[in-house]
Write a protein that binds this ligand. Structure first.
Ligand code: ZN
Ligand code: ZN
Length: 419
């Protein structure tokens, strides 16, 4: 019996990797330009990190984490998101002591054991950005510009829309939770079972329940923004003003609450109509209290995560991998060793060449050259070996010419093989 991959996990095959690489290189370019530095974080952390930061009454912590006890008896969890780890790394390595203002990014796999019928992956990939040390709304606006420009760099800004909201400060949130509970008090029977429970534990989540019953029941729910204190209101107004000045289109969505406990003030989502119901392709917000929750100092911060799978889906088929410039066709005494030597020489000259280690017939090797999409076939037979030459067959033009082996790289470079 074959061992198969786990449900919710997938292989990313060579036909797909060019578009992944396209995303990853755009991420590195754009983040670099905005002064963000890369942070590489462990995949496995102590379970307590996520329980404390994400919140006990969230879907992630309640039912989606890959948690197990390792042989040393420690409860460990495969990271379900990156922000908690980034804050932990920042505090643990004392980055705030050298300079509390840090802009960091990361990319890599995250793990959530979601229900498979939702068609969601249990290992998915995210790009994350965290901007530590600034309370100012200018930081929020700059991070949103970065997010917008990343999508522009990928040619996707026309296919996404930005929605923003504010959750206010802890006091605003507390008073909002009371107003929300009061407004839903008479409608408890209209809510789904999940939300009736959430009303007690995490009432904000009722607002982003996907059930039509719950959406209908909360249609007249008060907006957080309407009850926010003057400071939070001014902060949010300034973020929006700066976005307008920068020409980043956005709309306020007063129902957007985000699923995690640690957010405060600005929250945002980048949505695409091309992705169906689960249409957020990036999301984030401010989390000024998270470092304190994890035992550190007060540290204003904000960040976002974008799903690479969703970006890849939006980009569709990228260009396939380029074929090799040349395919070495060899046959006879010493020819395969010479082919290997020439391949190294071409590689040093920046040219991609391919070959078969088996000395099959010329015809079979030429067919392989064609299949691989090679521009040139480089033939090494008895005559060529004796004369120290290579027969260069231009597969596009159908012409061929004899070139001294020593001058092969230069010849190919001069004939349009260099890139
Ligand atoms: Zn406030
Ligand atoms: Zn519901």
């Amino acid at each position: 019996m074959h061992v198969r991959k786990l449900k919710g996990f997938r292989d990313i095959l060579p036909a797909e990797t060019p578009v992944w690489q396209q995303v990853e290189s755009a991420v590195r370019r754009v983040f670099g330009r905005y002064g963000f530095e890369e942070l590489r974080l462990p995949l496995l952390e102590e379970t307590a990190l996520f329980r404390r930061s994400i919140g006990e009454a969230t879907d992630i912590v309640e039912k989606e984490m890959y948690t197990f006890t390792d042989t040393g008896g420690t409860s460990v969890t495969l990271r379900p998101e990156g922000t908690a780890s980034a804050v932990r790394a920042y505090l643990e390595n004392g980055l705030h002591r050298s300079d509390p203002k840090q802009r960091l990014y990361y990319l890599g796999p995250m793990f959530r054991r979601e229900r498979p019928q939702k068609g969601r992956l249990r290992q998915f990939h995210q790009i994350g950005a965290e901007c530590f040390g600034w309370e100012e709304p200018e930081a929020d606006a700059d991070v949103l510009c970065l997010l917008w420009d990343l999508f522009a760099e990928l040619g996707l800004s026309g296919r996404v829309r930005l929605e923003v909201n504010t959750l206010g400060c802890a006091a605003d949130r507390q008073s909002y939770v009371e107003r929300l509970r009061a407004s839903l008090a008479g409608r408890t029977d209209d809510l789904c079972e999940n939300c009736r429970r959430r009303l007690g534990t995490n009432p904000l989540r009722v607002l982003d329940c996907k059930s039509p019953r719950c959406q209908e029941a909360t249609v007249d729910a008060p907006a957080i923004l309407d009850g926010a204190c003057p400071e939070c209101t001014a902060h949010f107004d300034r973020v929006r003003e700066l976005l307008s000045i920068q020409g980043v289109p956005h709309a306020v969505n007063p129902r957007m609450v985000r699923g995690l406990d640690y957010y405060n003030r600005t929250t945002f989502e980048l949505l695409s109509g091309d992705l169906g119901a689960q249409n957020a392709v990036a999301a984030g917000g401010r989390y000024d209290g998270l470092a304190e929750t994890l035992g550190g100092p007060r540290l204003p911060a904000l960040g976002f995560a974008a799903g690479i799978e969703r970006l890849v889906l939006l980009l569709g088929d990228a260009r396939p991998h380029d074929g090799p410039v040349a395919y070495l066709v060899h046959r006879g005494e010493g020819a395969v060793a010479e082919a290997l030597r020439l391949r190294r020489e071409l590689a040093k000259a920046g040219l991609r060449a391919d070959l078969d280690y088996q000395a099959r017939s010329f015809k079979a090797q030429l067919r392989a050259a064609d299949r691989r999409g090679a521009r040139f076939a480089l033939i090494l037979g008895e005559d060529e070996m004796a004369g120290g030459t290579v027969t260069v067959k231009d597969l596009a033009e159908g012409t061929q010419t004899s070139v001294p082996a020593a001058g092969l790289a230069a010849y190919l470079g001069n004939h349009g093989a260099g890139c």
